[in-house]
Ligand binder design. Structure first.
Ligand code: SAJ
Length: 450
């Protein structure tokens, strides 16, 4: 039986394991599989990635180059951009992107392209594990159906699982090895073989009853974040109206030792997961005529935050008798979260465009994300850090609270600051206007009953 043969190879680690997609998920996974004792064949279409890996270099911040070099030099990691390698593989973990289309619908083209190659080269008896975040049903609909149309039978001629990636780039505490790995098999045998592979690779494997449960659990994890972030963004807008400090409110609520989990307002949500994953779920739900008001509402609140930041800035400039048009605005930070250079879906990019469309003369300073292409394809570069130059701006807007920023020095410049992250929390100053603390700057006290 095919499964017994594969079971044997997984037990004695002679199985040739493959990873398709060597990005922030696939490369760390490949390295853990090497550590687990397997010979790993990494397949990626990007020849520059393959060249870098063969040169013992790493393009993923969490993967040391030395690890790559040792794995390649020992022959335990074989990077290639040839899909033909699939015909040698006993297992294939698919770690390709699942973005959104321009209409905010799932774009599963990367998965479909990989499946085409697997249909061409798959050797009978192989285990396929889809890791890319996607809607419930993808594994069966895009992989099982396609392979069975070739006359193969899942659980006999090939084995199929879904196991969501939980990679959090830059996280110093959690990595591919020590983050529990959920996995669901199309059949009981598929699940057993998937568990057998990953138990040599990660610390904890969490088997579930089906690929759909595994697919849905990942979407729950990230939709949970999107909805809670949206709620706290709404609370911030409410607090702006009520002149209550939302940051103090959250700090106070966080003292509750049970039944509460803090989320924080911001200029919107970015990254490769949170803005996208919930849309995969709401899109699939519509197929069942189920319309998730929660998800759509959260998406609209979060997507509206850049506009809200623009309006808050306009209100603050107004206090100083200035308009957005022709004001010199300096954005502090552009990446989607602190201390990284990742600009994917960053709300700062939308805020930059909104300032430009409103006629502001806008620059940005970010020591990590040092340039980006604007909506017209033009490259925009960060300005250099220069307190004397910064003091000339009409206002500064804190978008990303990088730890490297000199918040006291920035505050001492005397330039009005719109703080969307409570980054200046410990600095009391009349010209610092925090999101969610009242639309009137602190020094403008409205007389009660006026
Ligand atoms: N954000 C807020 N308020 C919050 C939390 C986040 O505005 O309270 C914003 C961030 O600034 C960012 C966006 O939301 O723009 C997403 O932030 P994130 O902390 O969720 O970070 P991500 O996008 O890197 O999410 C990843 C996810 N990991 C995986 O999908 C494997 C997510 O599930 C993790 O929970 C998250 O990292 C994490 O906790 O770091």
């Amino acid at each position: 039986m095919m499964d017994n043969l594969l079971r044997e190879k997984l037990m004695n680690k002679t199985a040739k394991v493959g990873v398709i997609g060597l990005g922030y998920v696939g490369l760390p996974l490949s390295m853990e599989m090497v550590k687990g004792g397997f010979t790993v064949y990494g397949i990626d279409l990007d020849a520059s990635k393959i060249e870098a890996l063969h040169g013992g270099q790493s393009y993923i911040q969490d993967v040391p180059a030395t690890l790559v070099a040792d794995a390649v030099n020992s022959g335990k990691f074989v990077p290639t951009n040839c899909y033909e390698m699939i015909q040698e593989l006993d297992t294939i973990s698919i770690c390709v992107p699942t973005p959104l289309s321009e209409h905010q619908d799932p774009d599963t083209s990367y998965i479909k392209n990989v499946v085409k190659e697997i249909k061409t080269y798959l050797q009978k008896g192989a285990l396929i594990v889809l890791e890319s975040t996607t809607y419930p049903g993808t594994t069966e609909e895009l992989i099982q159906v396609e392979l069975e149309a070739m006359g193969l039978t899942v659980g006999r001629d090939f084995f199929l699982c879904f196991s969501p990636e939980r990679v959090d780039p830059g996280n110093a505490n959690y990595n591919t090895y020590n983050t529990p790995k959920v996995i669901g098999g199309t059949t009981e045998t598929c699940k057993e073989l998937g568990v057998l592979l990953y138990q040599h690779v990660v610390q904890t494997v969490v088997p579930v009853s089906s690929p759909k449960v595994a697919e849905m659990s990942k979407l729950l994890e990230n939709t949970f974040r999107s909805i809670n972030i949206a709620f706290v963004n709404e609370l911030a807008m409410m607090c702006d109206k009520m002149a209550i400090d939302v940051w103090e409110v959250i700090r106070a609520a966080s003292t509750k030792p049970f039944g509460f989990m803090p989320f924080y307002p911001g200029p919107g949500i970015g990254g490769h997961c949170i803005p996208l994953d919930p849309m995969y779920l709401s899109w699939k739900a519509k197929e069942f005529r189920f319309y998730s008001k929660f998800i759509e509402l959260a998406q609209s609140i979060n997507d509206n935050m850049p506009e809200y930041v623009l309006n808050k800035t306009a209100q603050v400039l107004n206090v100083y008798a200035k308009s957005i048009r022709n004001s010199r605005v300096l954005m502090l930070g552009m990446s989607y979260k602190p201390d990284i250079d990742d600009l994917r879906e960053s709300p700062g990019l939308s805020i930059y465009e909104l300032f430009k469309q409103s006629g502001a003369r806008v620059d940005y300073y970010d020591p990590y994300a040092t340039s980006f292409r604007d909506e017209h394809g033009l490259t925009v570069h960060t300005v250099e850090y220069d307190p004397e130059v910064f003091a000339q701006y009409d206002c500064m807007v804190l978008i990303t609270n990088h730890r490297s920023f000199s918040y006291h020095e920035l505050a001492e410049m005397g330039v009005p600051i719109i703080d969307t992250r409570n980054a200046f929390a410990t600095i009391q100053s009349d010209h610092i206007h925090k999101l969610g603390t009242g639309m009137q700057p602190p020094h403008v006290k409205v007389a009660v009953g006026a």
